[in-house]
Design a protein around this ligand. Sequence first.
Ligand code: TEU
Length: 566
Amino acid sequence: MGWTVEDAPWWTRAVVYQVYPRSFADSDGDGVGDLRGITAHVDHLADLGVGAVWLSPVYASPQVDNGYDISDYDDIDPVFGTMADFDELVGALHDRGIRLVMDLVVNHTSDEHPWFASSRASREDRRRDWYVWRPARAGHEPGTPGAEPTNWGSFFGGPTWTYDEGTGEYYLHLFASSQPDLNWENPQVRAEVYAMMNRWVDRGVDGFRMDVVNLISKDQSFGDGPVRADGLGDGSAYYVSGPRIHEFLAQMHQEVFAGRDGVFLTVGEMPGVTVEQARVFTDPARREVDMVFDFEHMGLDRGPGGKFDVRTLRLTDLKATLGRWQTGLADVGWTSLYWDNHDQPRICSRWGDGTPASAKALATVLHLHRGTPYVYQGEELGMTNAGLTSLDDYQDIESLNYAAAALAQGTDEAQVLASLAAMGRDNARTPMQWDASEHAGFTTGTPWLPVNPNHTTINVAAQRDDPHSVLSHYRRLVTLRREDATVALGRFDMLLGDDEHVYAFTRTLADDRLLVVANLTAKARQVDLGEDLTAATLVLTTHPGTVLDGPVLHLRGWEAVVVRLA
Ligand code: TEU
């Protein structure tokens, strides 16, 4: 029956904090965050109580996709500092009992990686086969529209194939054309990746967050996919959890982690993964990954037109999805819990109403689920969407590609701006808000992305010592998971599944039972749980003065409570 209190790994009791280095803290005034900036702020992380940091990529990179395009896996990008700065950060975290999880981006490299330079140099190069090269579609003139080997559309718009004039073939890139996919069929590629991971583990890192790792195994038949809204094909059947994915992940575990002392954390970012597949990926007996990031809940507020086709979330859909993941992994496997990351809009703006109260209520719901919660920098403050109003302010490649394509197809600019304001990735990438000073204490220079004007009120300095702040609430949630075995490991049972306003569930471990009830609207609600709460004890609340008397809870707008049932 899953992990027990005795054998549960540390990451079942811990919260992981994601640092997006570009936007966390800038130590040298160039407007871009860096490693020394992070080291200067490790006490913020210790104060929050997190067990690990996931560091988004700091490797050498042309930064076309903010570091998710790596040109040297063994070096630090100068914009972030040096290897000595990195070692110093690891030391500062470890001194405080915080582990460090690196981002591992090995579905693709940058097109500026020397491996790709050699691969594209000639068809005879010894590294030709390290990437995915295919000839033009039969009967088509290479390099002409429609001659791509398959009809697949990429995550960042346009075809997944780019024609290389020099060698007369196409290379595959599921993301931008500057992010060529590695060919995992080639055993030398796999050996290089494992050796590189081993060097980082030897250096002291405690695990990896594996970027789109369920896309690394491609079905070698490379056929067309069904046509999507943008006219290109959906190739996901050929690369989402492809034929050899379990073999590759098991091999990675064997080559990197097996035989080492210590308990590492591996989390596979897996777009399109189902709960049934996640159960296989995270079955401890199979030794593939410890947990996954799935995207099902993140897709609930979009229409058939894709990510920028924004819809209103129905709470019942969210409950059905998260509830299915909770029960699907109850006996075998584990998962991660998240609202925010560097690719998603801010939860406080997205499913809250921008207020601190909504940030606390949503945090309570997430952190009381079973799984490992991830907090993305600034989420613990209730940071909101960027509020960018001009295309000139956007930096993100996905957003810019989308805008260019939508405008070219005749969508009006106001509509494009509205979609980006709701869903664009730069919403989460504005600088961390440390204090009320100019540029929020992030930099003394000009920030690479505008600081949110609301930093004058939403910032670390203002919240640190305020017991009612969003930050203090997150601190309590982190502590609760560490100290309360029922929060960490208890069984999850959804209540009121049909209610569009209130999110409620219980967590049970042996005869200990916690009840979680959250009003996810701004309007006061009465909830009758059919169970007398008079003798229950209050574990946590978002609003002071919660009254427990009888079966009816009177919840104020965005009020969330956790009670221990008698
Ligand atoms: O993201 C993968 C992914 O599937 C999406 O979240 C994607 O970024 C996009 O928003 C889909 O609409 C990972 C990284 O987290 C992301 O930052 C990278 O851009 C991407 O992989 C490529 O490495």
